[in-house]
Design a protein around this ligand. Structure first.
Ligand code: RIB
Length: 293
């Protein structure tokens, strides 16, 4: 069984700040770090660090070669990553004193992926394999249709949530990973309804998908058919939250693949994410399998 993560690769510029900058304000940062990121590359890393066989597909410019070196060091196969003459995707990230972040994306190579580039890569995967997709590249809808037609399990994390989500064939998702903001946007429910009832609305709208709802400090929820599970988050000092959701997704999927039931997979996903938030950075802060399983 192979995982294909077809998604974004970014250069993250992480500014450590006192507070997230306000409109019209100029502030100094305490530190600047340049590292590898992108929700696609982060989730591929989480799966690989969790011991899975993972293939990354996406597009970078010449400034992004170091990302591939890092992915390979974690065991991610990068032979399906395409090149172009422009820049690699960039993320300007502010991390405040409490570890919360805000992100501005420049899509670069992620946005330069073209129709027709997905099919040849997908042809290397088939029934029994899983594709893990996010919303930082323009091919997600095409990838969902191609994967479903080939009998590949479709795992979708529709993040970040923007107008492109409306064009996705969400009914093709076998597993749907959403945070509270994405869940509210998908259902039209207000956050005041609470995660448990928003979860029920997701089940109603996407009855064939396994739904995994992450609620930050509120833990994680699972629903499919009549099955429900919930796990508290692990209370640790937060250094920065970058990549926490990506870590949860990778370790939840890896735990299921290793034969864990959903309650145990939620627990292990939360444990892995708690390790990520207690360290600085995205990929580098993610735990290895031995720290979680
Ligand atoms: O999920 C975290 C990631 O979101 C960062 O690494 C950044 O690149 C953005 O894609």
């Amino acid at each position: 069984m192979k995982f294909l993560v077809f998604g974004s690769l970014n250069i993250d510029l992480i500014f450590s700040v006192d507070h997230i900058v306000a409109p019209g304000e100029t502030i100094n940062s305490d530190a600047l770090e340049r590292s590898a990121g992108g929700k696609g590359a982060n989730q591929a890393t989480a799966l690989a660090k969790a011991g899975m066989e993972v293939y990354m597909a996406g597009k970078i410019g010449t400034d992004g070669e170091f990302i591939l070196g890092l992915l390979e060091s974690y065991g991610v196969r990068t032979g399906h990553v395409l090149r172009w003459g422009g820049a690699t995707g960039q993320a300007i990230i502010q991390v405040d004193k409490g570890g919360q972040n805000s992100i501005i994306l420049y899509e670069g190579g992620n946005g330069a992926l073209m129709n027709g580039e997905a099919a040849p890569i997908m042809s290397a995967f088939g029934p029994g394999d899983m594709v893990l997709l996010q919303n930082e590249i323009p091919l997600t809808a095409e990838l969902m249709r191609t994967a479903a037609a080939r009998g590949i399990t479709v795992c979708l994390n529709p993040s970040p949530f923007d107008q492109r989500i409306g064009g996705l064939p969400l009914e093709l998702a076998d597993l749907l990973f959403v945070n509270e903001i994405e869940a509210e946007a998908l259902t039209g429910c207000s956050g005041s309804a609470g995660p448990a009832s928003i979860l029920e609305e997701l089940v109603f709208r996407f009855p064939r998908a396994e739904i995994i709802l992450t609620a930050g400090r509120g833990g994680a929820y699972y629903a499919h058919g009549d099955l429900r599970a919930r796990e508290d988050s692990v209370d640790v000092p937060v250094v920065d939250t970058i990549g926490a959701g990506d870590t949860f997704t990778g370790f939840f999927l890896a735990a299921r693949q290793r034969g864990c039931d959903v309650a145990e997979a939620l627990r292990l996903g939360c444990k892995a994410a708690s390790i990520t938030v207690s360290r600085r950075g995205a990929m580098a802060s993610m735990p290895f399998a031995g720290e979680v399983f």
